[in-house]
Design a protein around this ligand. Structure first.
Ligand code: AMP
Length: 281
């Protein structure tokens, strides 16, 4: 596996592959890799001739009071995991390379970035859209793989790619879960053994919404109330949102008439977790 820090070398390598007629898949990550990340890598390896994974904890997508400085960094382990899968390139740029002194250009994210995370993490999607567009410039790949675990992020990237005519196909991939249902996340390692059961309340709440939906409940408010109750009973310390919205636009709905998505962001102790589940009509 090539481990590359330099954007110019990364660009030339991907360009060479593309000129040879090879398809190239990209899996952007912030590292602290878990099987969820590796499932994206496996998708890319299965469908593309070459696979590039990136590891970069992007400072511009963290708010001033968020966990940027203590975000888990496990580079050596991550690289050996990617190498074991026979990934072709790991792109691991240094922060100063991507954001040198004087850096001041940002992507204004699309409307779908405004609700939900947009309300609770102002500036987050501006940072995400900016780094993802920069990665698409440095790594002109055929397909980019993103997890549905970050449902709104996937919607933001799809819209940005469409709006800005970025020549890449965006492929969403299913959420990998622990055996009990907790969505795998780099932030799960912040959870103490005592907090771990409460973290499961997100998945229990989503499953409750799905069960009610299957039983015929179509009121978004009723589904949201049911999720909120499960989160409170399950030990969530605070809830940023527990919503049922249109799955495409993420706009508010009164009644589920076409595919909707239930999305939750909640804190277990200081750890903020997100999860979601599609409600397909
Ligand atoms: P992150 O390192 O958290 O920025 O995540 C990198 C990519 O992995 C994003 O596209 C995430 O949506 C995806 N991802 C994170 N957790 C999971 C999971 N449990 N299952 C599938 N994909 C995931």
């Amino acid at each position: 596996m090539k481990v590359i820090e330099c954007p110019q070398i990364a660009l030339e390598t991907v360009q060479r592959w593309r000129h040879q007629g090879l398809t190239v898949g990209l899996v952007p990550t912030m590292g602290a890799l878990h099987p969820g990340h590796l499932s994206l890598v496996e998708q890319s390896m299965a469908h593309c001739d070459k696979t590039v994974a990136t590891i970069f904890v992007n400072p511009t997508q963290f708010g001033p009071n968020e966990d940027f400085s203590r975000y888990p960094r496990t580079l050596e382990q991550d690289l050996s995991g990617l190498d074991a899968l026979k990934v072709d390139m790991a792109f691991v740029p240094l922060p100063d390379t991507l954001y040198p002194a004087g850096y001041s250009t940002y992507v204004e994210p699309p409307e779908v970035a405004h609700p939900l995370e947009g309300v609770h993490r102002p500036g987050h999607f501006r940072g995400v859209a900016t780094i993802v567009l920069k990665l698409f410039q440095i790594l002109p790949v055929s397909v980019a793989y993103f997890g549905q675990k970050d449902f709104q992020q996937l919607a933001v990237i799809r819209r940005m790619v469409q709006d800005l005519n970025v020549p890449v196909r965006v492929q969403g991939c299913p959420t990998l879960r622990e055996p009990d249902g907790l969505a795998m996340s780099s932030r799960n390692r912040y959870l103490s053994a005592q907090q771990r059961p409460a973290a499961l309340s997100l998945w229990t709440a989503l499953q409750t919404a799905e069960r009610l939906f299957v039983q015929g409940v179509r009121s978004a408010e009723a589904l949201e109330l049911a999720m909120t109750n499960v989160l409170i009973e399950g030990g969530a310390d605070s809830i940023d949102y527990a919503r049922v919205v249109d799955a495409y636009s993420l706009a508010d709905i009164d009644t589920v008439e076409k595919t909707a998505v239930a999305l939750i962001a909640a804190r277990i102790g200081p750890t903020r977790l997100i999860d979601n589940l599609l409600l397909e009509v």
